[in-house]
Design a protein around this ligand. Structure first.
Ligand SMILES: NC(=O)c1ccc[n+]([C@@H]2O[C@H](COP(=O)([O-])OP(=O)(O)OC[C@H]3O[C@@H](n4cnc5c(N)ncnc54)[C@H](OP(=O)(O)O)[C@@H]3O)[C@@H](O)[C@H]2O)c1
Length: 244
């Protein structure tokens, strides 16, 4: 399905982004993998050296975008999966933490898509997928004001980008997962194992969190021609959590 297509994936070194890279390679795509962890990037490259290009880059270095992304080939797809989830409750609010979350989760995706669009790196018919979340777009959770704000912002960006890029048949959509079993979810140190077990019971489908593969398949749907008339949308993958 992705033979001859080149797709840039941020957050390629871990969790959802990593799984998307593996699945796209399996489906015949070439990938341009972006992350900071050089060992992980090298491991990815080793899998299919002829089909994987890597870029070790901190996506918050906005002033370096034009020189850094100049080497990117024409793209048929972009997946913006890089993100962080720092707890930042209002009573202990840290502006520094807030700004870091905004930089990576919110500013980086729009700056990247703008950079690629301005430099005509997006082929006609390309598809862009932004990783949002049910947090912010559907629900709130204590301590998550910054994170929720960034994810809600992405659904707004997707609508505007979809309109601005529609004349080249470039589509822009979000995927909003509930909790997914990845490092990001594991690293929420304020959540105890017991609390996590309780939280899983709130997921109607099988009382569990999603696996990265289940989010990756929604992302591949949006990258593919199977979703050729969908743009500016937000696809929820949450095992029925928000249906309650
Ligand atoms: N897991 C969940 O429960 C869940 C739920 C809803 C939405 N999401 C969203 O899905 C996306 C992927 O999450 P995940 O669970 O796969 O997270 P993850 O396993 O923690 O991976 C995060 C990725 O972001 C990259 N990253 C972080 N800061 C970066 C920076 N400054 N510059 C470049 N890359 C950076 C990391 O790369 P390096 O380590 O190499 O820098 C890593 O590849 C995120 O946007 C997240 O908000 C996740």
């Amino acid at each position: 399905m992705f033979k001859g297509k080149t797709i840039l994936v941020t957050g390629a070194t871990s969790g959802i982004g990593y799984k998307v890279c593996l699945d796209l390679l399996d489906a015949g795509a070439k990938i341009f993998a972006v992350g900071r962890n050089q060992d992980q990037l090298a491991a990815l490259q080793k899998l299919q050296p002829e089909n994987v290009q890597t870029l070790a880059f901190d996506l918050t270095q906005f002033t370096k975008y034009s020189e850094t992304f100049a080497s990117v080939p024409g793209l048929d797809g972009v997946v913006c999966s890089a993100g962080i989830a720092d707890s930042n409750p209002l009573r202990f609010f840290s502006l520094e933490k807030y700004q870091r979350t905004v930089d990576i989760n919110q500013t980086a995706p729009i700056a990247l898509v703008a950079e690629l669009a301005r430099n005509r790196k997006l082929n006609a018919g390309a598809s862009i997928v932004l990783l949002a979340s049910i947090m912010g777009t559907k629900i709130g959770r204590n301590g998550g004001a910054a994170y929720a704000g960034t994810k809600a912002a992405l659904t707004g960006f997707a609508k505007v980008m979809a309109l601005e890029l529609a004349n080249k048949s470039i589509r822009v959509n979000c995927v909003s997962p509930g909790m997914v079993n990845t490092e990001l979810a594991d690293n929420q140190s304020e959540v105890s194992t017991e609390a996590r077990q309780v939280d899983m019971q709130r997921y109607p489908l099988e009382k569990r969190y999603a696996e990265a593969a289940e989010v990756s398949s929604a992302i591949r749907f949006l990258l593919s021609n199977q979703s050729s008339f969908m743009t500016g949308e937000n696809l929820v993958v949450d095992g029925g959590y928000c249906a309650q």
